[in-house]
Design a protein around this ligand. Structure first.
Ligand code: NAD
Length: 269
């Protein structure tokens, strides 16, 4: 009997925070993983080892490889896809997770062009062109697939409530996330004919290194009722949503936004 082939997922910015949470949840369901990191190799390696051990504890044998690449750089995006091809030979899932906050939270009347360009390159342009590269490979795979094989590649992008909620002290981040949100309907419409579904997962306030600097402010806002579910979100909350999509639990939905935000998006009176 042939051994079952694991699905292969490529996750950007996977060494820590939400990316790590996604990697851990996908390891639990037996996905092989390409874990992209930008600058902390030992942390990425640690995440990879945790994923392999966690998978084993659930009865899965997986591989988790780490690869250094800056998704804002054209050559690095190509390197990332080439690495995944060389190491796994297939791609079932792309998770566009890597993202940055502005180095300084500046009033929109003062935001510098430099900060805007930096944030936009990682949070919008990088995922757009990485998705384009991955989509070409996914189409090739689908075309080469024999009818008996199950291959339903998916693209998942981690955006933010900042795609629609105005924070006037980080307009560059909001504009980049709003632009990123258009990626999902565009690629969903273009790739449906190949059976490739595309999803946006829109996290709210999630406890990670990124939000550590504003912890006190958000503790207070949450206590005051900003979110109907009165707690911080966790990387696992986002990882579980990604795992649901990866397991094809939403097969007739594409171009879909999935809010993982404790109900932040609900308009209330
Ligand atoms: P984080 O800073 O803890 O982790 C981000 C990861 O992405 C890091 O590993 C970082 O090295 C990597 N990264 C950054 N720029 C990169 C680049 N150019 N190339 C490759 N890797 C890069 O942040 P997080 O909170 O885990 O955020 C993950 C994603 O979720 C981001 O896109 C962020 O905008 C989004 N998000 C976060 C929150 C939150 O409350 N934490 C809320 C909504 C959306």
């Amino acid at each position: 009997m042939l051994a079952a082939v694991n699905m292969v997922a490529l996750i950007t910015g996977a060494s820590r925070g939400i990316g790590r949470g996604i990697a851990l949840e996908l390891s639990k369901i037996g996905c092989d993983l390409t874990l992209n990191f930008r600058n902390n190799e030992s942390l990425a390696q640690q995440t990879a080892e945790e994923c392999v051990a966690l998978a084993r504890s659930k009865g899965h044998a997986i591989r988790a490889e780490t690869v250094k690449a800056d998704i804002a750089q054209t050559q690095d995006r190509e390197k990332l896809i080439a690495f995944a091809k060389a190491n796994f030979g297939r791609l079932d899932i792309l998770v566009n997770n890597a993202g940055i906050a502005p180095e300084v939270r500046a009033d929109i009347l003062e935001t510098s062009e430099e900060s805007f360009d930096r944030v936009f390159a990682t949070n919008a342009k990088g995922p757009y062109f990485l998705t384009q590269l991955a989509a070409h490979w996914m189409i090739e795979q689908v075309r080469a697939t024999v009818a008996t094989e199950q291959l339903k590649p998916k693209i998942i992008t981690i955006s933010s409530v900042s795609a629609y909620a105005a924070s006037t002290n980080r307009g560059d981040y909001c504009v980049a996330k709003a632009a990123l949100s258009m990626l999902t309907p565009l690629f969903a419409a273009r790739l449906a004919e190949y059976g490739i579904n595309v999803y946006e997962i829109r996290p709210g306030i999630i406890a990670t290194d990124m939000t550590q600097a504003v912890k006190g402010k958000y503790d207070q806002l949450i206590a005051d009722g900003l979110t109907p579910i009165k707690r911080w979100g966790t990387p696992q909350d986002v990882g579980l949503a990604v795992a649901a999509v990866v397991q094809d639990f939403l097969p007739f939905s594409t171009g879909q936004v999935i809010d993982v935000d404790g109900g932040f998006h609900i308009r209330r009176l």
